[in-house]
Design a protein around this ligand. Structure first.
Ligand code: HEM
Length: 410
């Protein structure tokens, strides 16, 4: 894989970046099984939810043999191994909630997990690349890629809402594929000064962003906010900027000092990072630093694509310089659609985090911590904090407002 393509003689292409024509950043046809030697992992990974509910996951993991990772050969084997070890790790850490966490991940899990992570260039924690991009299969292989026909390979507590959450996010990734495919057309069109090709590619691009917003709307159909907030969220959270694990986590047998990693979030999806670089969105320092850090949670080839888009001649500069009405309109429509996607996402976050967090606080203030109310089970450390540890809404609104700034073409 190329690290950067700066050779301006060659047309820009998606080939070096492990991006699929059909699936974009989604891993095509993920494996559902590992070679038989790894069955002890899969036996636990496929039953993580039941083992958490029976408080037996930690003891099962402690009894697991230490396996040699050298028998994992293909990229897809490594991705399934990472996914399986990730759900085990999230379950091991959070089995007893925020009040009884662990300081150390046992060596029989930590050592192979870090080896597999290193080979993939991913961190040893559950990422978007695991839970969404590599965690799907079709029930009927000939059937459609839609909610009815998609299933998770491994899951976490939260029942149908977990499937809904990961699968709707997967459908957002799928809806984005035409936008990803139009990126080389835009870049090469700018290189050759071909305003007409760039205009057409940007029209494709904006339509795809509309498709992503439409797919995101399905979150309300398939995910219950109280289940997301009260049950699922803790299993996605990490050990960086998290007051219930202030020191991070020791990966036994790997390193004596604790390590800190952020939890899983679609801020780790490469999509909007690519779009921002293409359209010229410049983020404010603090939110920009968080988003840049999230790139270390992506498959390296996808991170590299973002980087290489950022090195291309400016699309925004080209649009300004051409001063051609259809091109300007097509560019403006892309920014409008990206802004609308971010605004809609803010609504989703309000419904799935802000509102249930307020309800949980209200119950707590009334001294009414009823287990009947699912939101009461949520960890207080997370409340309205995001993966980055600070206020979610101010972060998301800053990011949205910086998107709006691109409009100013003067
Ligand atoms: C119930 C559904 C969702 C919730 C509750 C949610 C929550 C959040 C939160 C709290 C953040 C702040 C950063 C962080 O804590 O990691 C965030 C960021 C982000 N989320 Fe979501 N999210 C949801 C669905 C999605 C989906 C389906 C996508 C699309 C792939 C997405 C894309 C993003 C992006 C790109 C960011 C970074 C900020 C930006 O670039 O605008 N989210 N999300």
């Amino acid at each position: 894989m190329a690290t950067t393509i700066t050779d301006s003689q060659k047309p820009f292409s998606l080939d070096p970046y492990h991006v699929s024509e059909e699936f974009g950043f989604i891993l095509p046809a993920p494996l559902a099984e590992l070679p038989p030697y790894y069955q002890p992992w899969m036996d636990i990974a496929q039953h993580v939810t039941e083992l958490i509910y029976s408080h037996m996951l930690r003891s099962h993991i402690l009894k697991m043999p230490l396996l040699n990772t050298q028998l994992l050969e293909s990229h897809r084997e490594l991705r399934l191994a990472h996914l399986a070890l990730s759900v085990m790790t999230m379950g091991y850490v959070w089995q007893e909630g925020e009040d009884d966490t662990v300081k150390m991940l046992p060596r029989n899990l930590a050592i192979p997990y870090c080896e597999v992570s290193q080979r993939l260039g991913l961190p040893p924690i559950l990422t978007h690349a695991d839970a969404v991009l590599a965690n799907w299969r079709k029930r009927d292989p000939q059937g459609l890629f839609d909610m009815e026909n998609l299933e998770l390979l491994v899951t976490l507590p939260g029942g149908d809402s977990v499937r809904g959450f990961f699968m709707v996010t997967l459908l957002v990734e799928l809806a984005a594929v035409p936008a990803i495919k139009s990126i080389p057309l835009v870049i090469n069109g700018v290189q050759c000064g071909d305003a007409e090709t760039v205009t057409r590619a940007l029209e494709e691009f904006s339509q795809a962003i509309q498709g992503m917003t439409d797919a995101l709307k399905l979150m309300h159909v398939y995910v219950k906010p109280e289940v997301f907030y009260g049950i699922m969220r803790i299993y996605l959270s990490g050990w960086k900027d998290n007051s219930s694990m202030p020191a991070g986590l020791v990966y036994e047998g790997v390193q004596a000092e604790p390590m800190e990693y952020s939890g899983g979030s679609a801020a780790q999806s490469s999509l909007l990072h690519c779009f921002d670089e293409l359209l010229g969105v410049k983020h404010e320092a603090k939110s920009g630093a968080f988003l840049t850090r999230m790139r270390n949670y992506m498959p390296p080839s996808h991170k590299c694509l973002i980087q290489d888009i950022s090195l291309q001649p400016s699309l925004r500069g080209f649009v300004q310089q051409q001063a051609c009405e259809p091109l300007t309109a097509a560019f403006q429509l892309c920014v409008t659609k990206l802004l609308a996607l971010r605004s809609y996402h803010i609504n989703v976050v309000s419904r799935f985090i802000t509102v249930p967090a307020a309800r949980a606080r209200q119950l707590r203030n009334q001294g009414n911590i009823s287990q009947e109310e699912t939101v009461s089970r949520a960890p207080t450390a997370l409340e309205e904090k995001g993966t980055g540890g600070s206020g979610i809404m101010s972060f998301l609104k800053t990011v949205r407002d910086r998107t709006r700034d691109v409009f100013n073409l003067k």
